[in-house]
Structures are given as structure tokens and as C-alpha cells.
Ligand binder design. Sequence first.
Ligand code: ADP
Ligand code: ZN
Ligand code: ZN
Length: 734
Amino acid sequence: MAFWPSIVVATPAHSGVGATLTYRSELSLAPGGLVRVPLGSREVLGVVWDCPDAPPEGLTEARTKAVAGVLDGLPPLNACWRQLVKFSAQYYQRSLGEVALAALPPQLRELDSTQLARRLKKRAKVGTAGPATPGELNGHDLSDEQAEALQALAAASAPVLLFGATGSGKTEVYLRATQAVLETPVSDGKSPTQVLVMVPEINLTPQLEARFRERFEPGFGAGSVVCLHSGMTPAQRLSSWLAAHTGSARIVLGTRMAIFASLPGLRLIVVDEEHDPSYKSQEGARYSARDLAVYRAKVESEALLAASGRSWHTGPHPNPLPEGEGTEAGEGVNVPRCQVLLGSATPSLESWHAADQGRYVRLAMPGRIGGGMLPRLRLVDMNHQPKGAMLAPPLLAAMSERIERGEQCLVLLNRRGYAPVLACHDCGWKSGCPHCSAYRVFHKLDRTLRCHHCGFTERVPRACPDCGNLDIAPVGRGTEQVEEQLASLLAEVKRPDGSPARVARMDADSTRLKGSLEVQLAALHSGEVDVLVGTQMIAKGHDFRRITLVAGINADSALFASDYRAPERLFALLMQAAGRAGRDAEQSGASEMWIQTWYPQHPLFATLKKHDYPAFAAEQLSEREQAGMPPYGFQALLRADARTQQAAQAFLNIAAGQAAGLPHRDDITLYPAVPLTIQRVANVERAQMLVETHSRGALQRFLSAWQPVLHGCRSAPEARGLVRWAVDVDPLSI
Ligand code: ADP
Ligand code: ZN
Ligand code: ZN
């Protein structure tokens, strides 16, 4: 008897979406199993998708190749995982093979059965302890708000949006919810329960990882918490992945890629800082890990419910899980399900809107732990400050006062380097990048000009390359310069112990070396540093105890940006930054958030002053509704990169022309092709076309039908020089 498994292998990005290849096998192969198969002249890793015992029509034995090997030491990837991958490929318009194989750890592609068996044996030695004995897991006594949130979470039958102020103790809610899942008894033969905790950038939150380990490793074993993120070595990633896949890891903590981890016992997905743009992938399949988390929880819940033999109780929710109590199905027994918990002090407008509509359950924790207050907003009108001042005198005075009292300050500036441009005032030369339509940034510390887009780096020239003038000067300010100037401005300021004030900087440059971020955070926590200057990196998630003043010194550019999401992002950033101040209740009464602006009357500041996210969201949503923008409308971008701008735009225009007659074409608006704001990067010209409609379904069907057309357009003579193209569904910036 022979079988004809259809196998998914890594295929180029756009080749025939959804395609699988048929092979031959003597054995019946389980769907989700991993195999090695010949492909061209190579042997590659594949995932079994299906395994019929008859060949597909028209295929003969002679024309099919045999499966070369089976990685039989591993349990198959389960149906939920396969469904997640299939959905992602369809929704984000990529090939099944690309998404499926990218979801597996890269090292898995290189192993044969024997090597894999060795890895698994090594892993088995790490082992895990059984369920923790009660009393071993101790956290804080819950605040009333935390207790209420947890209760509501336990009863929720839809995705939950935890709208918790900065410092309201969301992490403790995640920890308790995780604990409840891990302590759920599992019937024999079933996978142990698992939790996926997603964070925007794991390197920024070593604290969170430490808290999960501290809380759960004593009871559940040293291997019970694993991480998954791109900063790990291939060997570490494989090890974590195997631990999750075999069920020995109970908690996976990871960045957006972790959404694709194989988790056979998944019961809870936490998405911390759910508004963060880094959940959206910007390369390959441009998926949103937050949106996939919601989808995955639904698929997992359906599977659990089906396996438990209970039936649906269809209600108004798209996620129609019966309530745990009081319904016919439940009768007090917990219905098996996988929950999703999205947490943020500044939720995305998409999630906020979903909660407004009742599709998500909104839980609010407005108070800070210990009753501390959110900082008072102080706007500095730059129109009334000395010309050219980097820091307004009143702000500088306020900072000095804090330092003298032994308190700490954060200074936020979203621009690293010393100055964004170096210029010659004689001939007008500027430090442009020869490969991009952007300036190279002046980095004073290593005396380089660096392009932040393509990476092109050169030593700073001694004189103007065009006219030989020796007097070339920095224009504008970056974090390096603010650090330097603050150190001199605060030179006379003394800390309570009489020692001089200390200024440090934290940004992508200062934290490039492994371990340096931890060192810098430790310096702040220990009080070694009085003022920390940094990019948005310092605004995120950290639990700094002694910061009482946060200053945003140059936020104006975002107020008038053309991107309609800019206000949302600015508001979130400033709220998050403010959230770093006054986390110790005793000091919080006097904590302040200073913002230097030329536009103090801007309405965004009025809502920020009240820390009123709901008001801000309502106002933004009503603007979006009027304009038919997300979440009321649906968008995709067709992007093209080419040798010339002309070719890039030609590809887009031809594609638009050939869309005539496609399904839902009449419901779709195709905007004119335009160059990107930074039009050229690394000598490649970039253009895009916005695709907009009022219905998600219409967008999906139109895009699927458009794919083959786009393939065809590649070879149009006008598009000669096209380098690549991509569709970005639900783009974050347009
Ligand atoms: P958020 O993530 O909501 O900004 P955190 O989870 O970082 O807030 O909590 C803020 C601080 O409060 C942390 O130092 C945490 O250890 C502490 N904390 C949280 N819950 C409690 C509690 N129930 N009792 C005492 N302290 C708590
Ligand atoms: Zn010059
Ligand atoms: Zn460049």
C-alpha cells in the first residue's frame, strides 16, 4: 500500500498561495508530522498537511518522489497550529510554505532524525517538576481592582482588554491568570496546560522575565519558563521551541514571533502593551501578532470545546463561548477554552473599538498600586523661552531641584546620535546618504556619519567635502548631544550626599552590546544615575521607583505628521513615559511630566493633562469613522521596490489597471501610486498604492484574486527593474 502525502515546504514568498506538493510514502504519515523531502537537487524540511491513500488525479507513481525521511521523534504539529498557519498565509497574502516554515525554528531545517533524537534526549534531562504544591507560589496580596479584574477574566467568554493605568499592577494580573491556568488539572494523556506571554521587545523587559521565573520556576521546575525571540542563538531557539512543543515548558515568553510557537496545551495568551507597533511584522508575511493572538485563542477554544463533547451556545459574540456559570452548557463547570488577555494603559484604537462594540470584554484598573497619583502635566510654551534653548530654564530648574532631593529624571527624545544632519554653512553641503533619500546622522562619540536606513557609515570629514570649509556644524539635536549638554548644564548641581549629578543615556546605540541594557537599567534602579536621557526605549514598561520627573523635549513633529496614526502613537508614548514617574506613592504627589512644545494649545495636550485615554480614543474614533479609516474601514498597501521610481510606480499602475473585473473591484478604492516618504533606501526606489474598502471580506477576496494578476505584472516591460513587491494587509503606517 502506498500513500500520497501532500507536504508543505519553504516556497518563495508569492508562489501560488496555498500550494502543497505531493510525495509518495510507504507509511501513512500523520498530518502535522515533520519530514525531509527531495526538492530539486536538495533535501528540505516539510510539514505533512494531509495523507490520502490515493494519488491526486493525474499524478502517477513515476512522477512523484518519495519522502526521504520522517522526524519521528517529534509529536505532530496539531490541527490548531496548522489552522493558525493556514489562516495567516491566506489573510496576509503569502504562500502557505513560507509562513509554515518561517514559523519553525531555523535549526530544525538542518537536523535529521538522529540529530533530533539527540536534542530531544538532552532536553529530557532538563525535565520539569510536577504541579506546584500550594503555598509555594506567592505574590502580592491583590488590590481590589486586581481581584475584580481576575474574577471578570475567569468569567469572560470573549477576548479581554485589560485597560490598566501605568503602575496599576497589570503584571500581577498576568501572573495570577497564568498561575490559575498552570494549576488546572489535566486528564491523563493530555498535554499539560500552557501559557503564552507576549511582550513587544523582550530585551527591554528583563524585569518581566525575572518575575515569571521567580514566580513559577520554584514550583514548576527550572525548564518551565522559556523565551522565544530573535535575539537568541539558533540553538537556544530550537531548544525553547522543542520545550514548548513537547509540553515540558509551561510558559513561553516571547516577542511577536512566539505567536507561532507550537503549544499543544495552550490555555491563555497574554499580549502585554497590546498597542505596541512592534507586534506587526514589517518583513515577510506582515502579520499582526496581536490580531493572530485573538484568532488563535478562538481556534484553540473551538477545538477544546469540540474535544470536550459540549456544544456551542451561540450568542452575539463572534467568539461564542458559553459563560462558565449560569448557562445550560456550563452549570458551574468550567468550560475548557483558551483565553486571550490584551493589556495596555493606552490600548490600540482597534481593540478599544472592539470593546466599545462588545466584541471584547473591557476590564479597567484605573488606580495605581498604593494609591499613587499620575504625574501632573506641565506644558512649556517654547515661544516664550530664550531662543535656541535646548531645555527651557524652568524645566532645568525643576530637574536640579529633584536631583538635590535625591530623585531621578527621565528625558525623552526620539532621535539618537548627536545631530540628525551635519552641514556646511558656506556652500550648503549636507550629510546626505549617497544611497538613500535621507541624511546621515552625526555620531560624535565615534566620529561617524551613519545612515539609519541603509547603515552606510563613514568617518566624519575634517572639512566640507564640497568646498573645503573647515567649519562644518551639526544641525538639530539627538540623544548624544542632550546627554553632553545636560552634563554641563547640571555640572554644579549636587546630590544629597554632595556628589555631582550624573547623567546617562540609553538608546539603541548605548545598548547594542549584549548585557549593556541590563547594566544601564541596574545603574538607574540603584540610584547611581540621576538623569537618564533616551529614546522611546526608556518610556516602555519599566518599573522605575524613584523617577519623579519625566520630560519630553521635542514631541512636536508628531503633532502634524501626515500619518493618521501619529496622534495615537504620540499620545501612547507620552502616557507611557508619564507612567514611569511617581511609581512610589510617597513621591507621586509631586511627580511631573514636562513637555516642551511650540503648540501648547493643541487639543491632544488637554486630554493628556487629564490622563483621559477614553476621551482621546472617543475623539480619534469619531474622526476615523467620518473618514472611513480603520477600524471603520479596511486597508492594504501594495508596495513595490525597483531600480527606478518610474518602474516601481509603473508596476503599481499596471496592477491597478488589470484589477478591473476582479471580485469586489467596485467596493475597493485604489489610490494613485506614490513614492514613500523616504523614497530611496540602499539605492532602491520605493513606491506604494493604498487599497481601501469598507468590508474586510471584500478586501480579502479582492486581494486573493489580485495575487495572480500581480505575478503577471512583474514581467510587464514598463516595470523592468522591479526588485520586489509585497502586500501589507492592515498596514500600521501609510
Ligand atoms: P503596570 O504593568 O500596570 O504598569 P506593574 O505590574 O509594573 O504595573 O506594577 C507596578 C508595581 O506595583 C510593581 O512594582 C509591582 O511589583 C507592584 N504591585 C503590583 N501588584 C501589587 C499588589 N497587589 N500589592 C503590592 N504591590 C503590587
Ligand atoms: Zn561647503
Ligand atoms: Zn543610506
